[in-house]
Design a protein around this ligand. Structure first.
Ligand code: PLP
Length: 409
């Protein structure tokens, strides 16, 4: 008899986006002639950069000839990609990272979800609230979250990020061992300045806290004072793992490529207090359970660092950020309070007149045929907000704003 991992039975049975999909389907059946504009799920819509396409075509040709054929590659990623990552994402910002500290993978979702494999089941966890749901659910699966009481897990410290604290999380009042930070933030679209992030790094150093820093949206940062990497903060290599992704940077949501940086100087501890290199443990895990990102994909990722690749990728990000500006201005014109959207492709809209997230979701769907994501789906502090994404086409973005403006009148 195979016994199951009982922690899986504790997971909330339905996932936020499937609830939304059900609501959209019902709406479609009852309103077959309405044109729905989707600003809910955070997927990109613009095609890959031409430099990426050319590199991937060439990589396919490499596989067609015996001399250039590649089979299994290094699990941690080909050196051509790792070197390009280090040179462009780290050295260029004055950060020293060694090739053996970079692990190329098939996604930041897998990496943020799997990192718990190398950490004990009874570590306590801190998350900023609202939060990217993967951090919570992957810890539920590992049995690390305790019991669910009033919509909160007992072994998770929820650190509220709301308009009241300007979306800057306060240091937790309870001891935590692992802390998830995501900046620029999904879902709120807000950021931390270097000074604000330094507060957390200093706290982690003083209290032996491991920071799991998800920088999947760093490419959207426009302001100079906002750190692209946590390693821009002194001492962060002693306390932080950084997750990056090509998904939103370069439209790789379907192609799949990401990387995780685990500095050699970062340690966890055994129960008896001995230091254990997290880089070594993750290397062991990665080489055992993962067989590398495809050669074609890695060649495509490498191409975003070429001069033409950089220009093309930036043009797409500028396109989405122009959408974000159009949306922010449009929402404000409708007298809605809106946060984020300046350094991130997400806008976090306060619901009008204190209505719930789901009520506002229904209202936008049924009155304007616009789909957002109810903020409460990202955690208790998300109640009273709705997330809109700037990843749509320009036409849809403009149409959505014009519907909103006529509605507001
Ligand atoms: N981290 C955050 C904060 C995200 O919002 C997402 C995707 O939406 C991911 C990670 C997943 O990235 P990937 O496509 O690399 O798995």
């Amino acid at each position: 008899m195979a016994l199951v991992n009982e922690h899986y039975l504790k997971l909330q049975s339905s996932y936020l986006f499937s609830d939304i999909a059900k609501k959209i389907n019902t709406f479609k059946v009852t309103h077959p002639n309405k044109e729905i504009i989707r600003m809910g799920i955070g997927d990109v819509t613009q095609p890959l950069a031409p430099a990426v396409i050319t590199a991937m075509h060439k990589a396919v040709d490499d596989l067609a000839a015996r001399e250039t054929f590649r089979g299994y590659g290094p699990e941690q990623g080909y050196s051509f990609l790792v070197d390009a990552i280090i040179k462009n994402d780290y050295t260029a910002r004055g950060i020293t990272i060694e090739p053996s500290e970079v692990f190329v993978s098939d996604g930041a979702k897998s990496d943020t979800g799997n990192i718990g494999d190398i950490l004990r089941h009874d570590n306590s966890i801190g998350v900023t609230d609202p939060v990217y749901p993967v951090y919570i659910d992957s810890n539920v699966m590992a049995g690390r979250t305790g019991t669910m009481e009033n919509g909160r897990w007992s072994n998770i410290v929820y650190i509220p990020c709301t308009a009241e604290n300007d979306f800057v999380p306060d240091l937790p009042s309870r001891r935590i061992d692992m802390l998830y930070l995501c900046y620029p933030n999904n879902p709120t679209g807000t950021t931390l300045s270097k000074k604000e992030l330094k507060k957390w790094v200093d706290y982690a150093i003083a209290n032996d806290v491991l920071i799991l820093y998800d920088a999947a949206y760093e490419a959207y940062i426009q302001d100079d004072d906002i750190p692209h990497s946590i390693y821009e903060i002194k001492g962060a290599k002693k306390v932080a793992i950084e997750f990056r992704s090509f998904s939103k940077t370069a439209g790789f949501t379907g192609v799949r490529c990401a990387f995780t940086v685990i500095p050699k100087e970062l340690n966890g501890f055994s129960l008896t207090g001995e230091k254990a290199s997290l880089n070594r443990l993750w290397n062991r895990r990665h080489t055992t359970k993962f067989n590398g990102t495809s050669y074609i994909t890695q060649r495509g990722a490498e191409a975003i660092y070429t001069p033409e690749g950089k220009v093309q990728v930036k043009a797409t990000i500028d396109y989405y950020m122009t959408n974000a500006r159009i949306m922010k201005a449009g929402l404000q014109e409708c007298n809605l309070k809106v946060y984020g959207g300046d350094n991130a492709p997400y806008l976090w809209v306060k619901t009008p007149n204190g209505i719930t997230s789901w009520k506002f979701f229904d209202m936008l769907l049924y009155e304007l045929s616009i789909v957002g994501t109810p903020g409460v789906g990202f955690g208790p502090s998300g109640e009273g907000y709705l997330r809109l994404t700037a990843f749509g086409s320009r036409e849809d973005t403009q149409e959505a704003m014009s519907r909103l403006k006529s509605w507001a009148k």
